[in-house]
Design a protein around this ligand. Structure first.
Ligand SMILES: Nc1nc2c(ncn2[C@@H]2O[C@H](COP(=O)(O)OP(=O)(O)OP(=O)(O)O)[C@@H](O)[C@H]2O)c(=O)[nH]1
Ligand SMILES: [Zn+2]
Length: 199
């Protein structure tokens, strides 16, 4: 299937193809796709699915490169509590939580908003939490080339809550560290700051 080109307008051909498939699914599960409440549902579901997977059409490195500024600051920069909404690749059900990201600049800082933006680029794909963590980590490491980068994600998986093992309160934590964050003191400072209410 060809990727849709314009995220604002949705490519009509792709939306229609996905819509037809949702229509079939609704029929297969025993519902009446022609009843009033459902007539527009295949189209809504198609648009929602294309929105939630738009990361395939986006280039995270280009987003970062668009706002890199020369700066001598070489202490830790932390952006914590970034909301994450993704889809697990096994069940295509949501997993969601928070990302905490830090880097130590090496001559360049990056526009702060670009970090949550690249989280969304990688989250809006079919993912596992481990790969999402590493995608963000490697993109920052390779594009910004900082002295160090750290990514921690804490998330709950709907496929473990609504179905399957049906555990409501388990949280999965994944993490990745590069450069100076591989040193235990730097890593501990980061972990202390992200758990502090005041940071
Ligand atoms: N490592 C990892 N596993 C995940 C993630 N999201 C979902 N899973 C797991 O992927 C596994 C898929 O296992 P399968 O046995 O093939 O699928 P299943 O029969 O639906 O498994 P249950 O969920 O245990 O009912 C499950 O254990 C899920 O909990 C993720 O982000 N990372
Ligand atoms: Zn799953």
């Amino acid at each position: 299937m060809a990727p849709y080109k314009n995220l604002e307008e949705y490519n009509i051909e792709v939306t229609n193809e996905v819509k037809e498939r949702f229509s079939k699914i609704i029929d297969e599960i025993g519902e009446d796709v022609n009843r009033e409440g459902l007539t527009k549902t295949p189209e809504r579901a198609a648009k929602a699915m294309l929105f939630l997977t738009q990361g395939y059409q986006q280039d995270a490195a280009e987003i970062l490169k668009g706002a890199m500024f020369k700066e001598d600051y070489d202490d830790m920069v932390i952006i914590k509590d970034i909301e994450v909404y993704s889809l697990c690749e096994h069940h295509m059900l949501p997993f969601f939580g928070k990302a905490h990201i830090a880097y130590i600049p090496n001559g360049h800082i990056v526009g702060l908003s670009k970090i949550p933006r690249i989280v969304d680029v990688f989250a809006r794909r079919l993912q596992v939490q481990e790969r999402l963590t590493h995608d963000i980590l490697e993109c920052l490491n390779e594009t910004l080339k900082p002295k160090g980068v750290a990514v921690v994600i804490e998330a709950s998986h709907m496929c473990m809550m609504m179905r399957g093992v049906q555990k409501q309160n388990s949280v999965t934590t994944t993490s990745g560290f590069r450069g100076q964050f591989e040193k235990i003191e730097t890593r501990n400072e980061f972990l202390k700051l992200i758990s502090s209410k005041l940071s």
